[in-house]
Design a binder for this molecule. Structure first.
Ligand code: AHR
Length: 503
């Protein structure tokens, strides 16, 4: 069967946004400790940050990093993580039933961000805490000098303010698992008042109100509506979170997970726009899709320890990703790009060890770091999607899925950078077993040549990278891809992700 795509520079969805390629570092499992931070590691710098991980983070092309949670933030006192390490308290983390030693706090995180050249995206605790502590953290981070907390930051070694722009007003406050979970009305109140106070201190902040924890929440839709009815004028974004996984051996539905993300985004945008219309608001609220990934939530040890066991940095959520997972991640990125007009920020959750593209061994267990399969589509998309996102007309064969009914077998998007002329096509074949012929009409772009055509696929879609072998399946040149008379043609293997770059 055959799929055709028509690409034209005339149909622009919006700019490719750097913030689409954000990630997330939570004090969860081994994301921070033995992930980004491990002073005992052979590659650690003077601050204890692992050099091998920093190299991989740069290669991944991550642009923003959300911190410090996640569920963790809803019980976190940020003051515990500043000042001399020896004086920092050791606390219980209720979210992940762990011990938080507070070896890493806001100052270390900001130093790490500077070192890997990413923009920090901070979350404030609106679970066990509120407006005062949020404003205090903002003062500590963003005011230059001359106040108690800004001077404390300077005393702690950061003369210049961090000037953090992006702030999340709490995390997943709709979820009953959240410490300090709230009704929509309770959350709307605290988010609105916190936003108002934060803007009084630092008008340039960009604020994200919590949307739903996933699109299956009973309150989904009603939650966004209630929150925005009150908070609309005070925030800039509404968040969306969702994780995707294969259930009951239904690979076909899993491969079509991007359908679910697409519907979710459309619904959030529609809800925000309905509130805009009814409230006669001028501005638009955009989406921050600040938690997304594949996550096998029903697998162990996704569950925290219990009883008296409160370990430091237990191995939690250490999903090993397959080629099929990488294809889904590639398709989710295609979907985020397709919605670049309304999705203005996104964070893959998370960065290291916990549901992450980068894995590490602790120093005392070998200390290796390696790339998971999902690393590759992320890194290539972040590196090469530049300029504008184009709306692509895709004609594709379809197939049936249990979860989403009839879906297009092939899905894709294209980007165009007018300054360099580069066009990049990102395309996935979501069929479990069938190759598809591809024909991309690029006649609207005369004088292009193929610079690179890479495909990620495997005869075994369940192949997973390990510390021993993370290289056997990576994106490799797709020799079938050719350009003639303005058409790119070639073959897309079943369960595959492909990037075709033309300059
Ligand atoms: O990313 C893992 C967890 O998933 C986060 O802590 C939480 O926000 C979400 O439920």
């Amino acid at each position: 069967r055959k799929s055709t795509m028509s690409v034209s520079p005339a149909f622009v969805v919006g700019p490719v946004r750097a913030r689409t390629f954000g990630s997330f570092v939570e004090h969860l499992g081994r994301c921070v400790y033995t992930g980004i931070y491990e002073p005992e590691h052979r590659s650690a710098d003077a601050d204890g940050f692992r050099g091998d991980v920093m190299e991989l983070v740069k290669e991944l092309g991550v642009t923003t990093v959300r911190y410090p949670g996640g569920n963790f933030v809803s019980g976190y006192a940020w003051e515990d993580g500043i000042g001399p390490r020896a004086e920092r308290p050791v606390r219980v983390d209720l979210a992940w039933h762990s011990t938080e030693p507070n070896w890493v706090g806001v100052d270390e995180f900001m130093r790490w961000c500077a070192r890997v050249d990413v923009e920090p995206m901070m979350a404030v605790n609106l679970g066990t805490r509120g407006m005062t502590e949020a404003v205090n953290l903002l003062e500590y981070c963003n005011l230059p000098r001359g106040t108690d907390l800004s001077d404390r930051r300077r005393k702690n070694g950061a003369e210049e303010p961090y000037r953090v722009k992006l702030w999340c007003l709490g995390n997943e406050m709709d979820g009953p698992w959240q410490t300090g979970h709230k009704t929509p009305q309770e959350y709307a109140r605290i988010a609105t008042e916190t936003a108002r106070a934060m803007r009084r201190m630092y008008p340039d902040v960009e604020l994200v109100a919590c949307g739903s924890s996933n699109s299956s929440m009973k309150t989904f839709g009603a939650w966004e509506h209630a929150v925005l009815e009150e908070a609309y004028e005070h925030v800039d974004y509404i968040s969306a979170h969702e994780y995707y996984f294969e259930e009951n051996g239904d690979l076909a539905s899993f491969l079509a997970s991007a359908e679910k993300m697409d519907r979710f985004i459309r619904s959030v945008v529609a809800t925000a726009d309905a509130v805009r219309a009814a409230g006669k608001h001028e501005k638009r609220i955009n989406v921050s899709f600040d938690e997304w990934n594949v996550w096998y939530q029903k697998a162990t040890p996704s569950v925290p320890p219990s009883g008296d066991d409160f370990p430091i940095a237990p191995a939690l959520l250490e999903d090993q990703y397959s080629v099929a997972d990488a294809v889904v991640v590639g398709n989710l990125l295609v979907t985020l790009l397709k919605h670049t007009d309304r999705v203005h920020a996104a964070s893959q959750a998370q960065l290291v060890n916990a549901i992450a593209p980068i894995m590490t061994e602790p120093a005392n267990k070998g200390g290796r770091a390696w790339k998971q399969t999902i690393f590759h589509p992320f890194a290539l998309t972040a590196e090469h999607a530049k300029g504008q996102v184009l709306q692509v007309a895709v004609e594709s064969p379809t197939h049936e899925t249990k979860q989403f009914g009839e879906v297009r077998t092939v899905d894709g998007v294209a980007t165009h950078e007018p300054a360099t002329g580069q066009v990049v096509v990102f395309v996935v074949n979501r069929s479990v077993g069938e190759r598809v012929a591809l024909d991309v009409d690029l006649t609207a772009f005369p004088s292009l040549a193929i610079a690179e055509a890479l495909t990620m696929s495997s005869d075994d879609p369940y192949w997973k990278a390990t510390a021993e072998d993370s290289h056997s399946v990576v994106p490799t040149p797709n020799e079938s891809i050719a350009l003639a008379a303005g058409h790119v043609t070639g073959e897309l293997a079943a369960v595959s992700w492909t990037m075709i770059r033309l300059t």
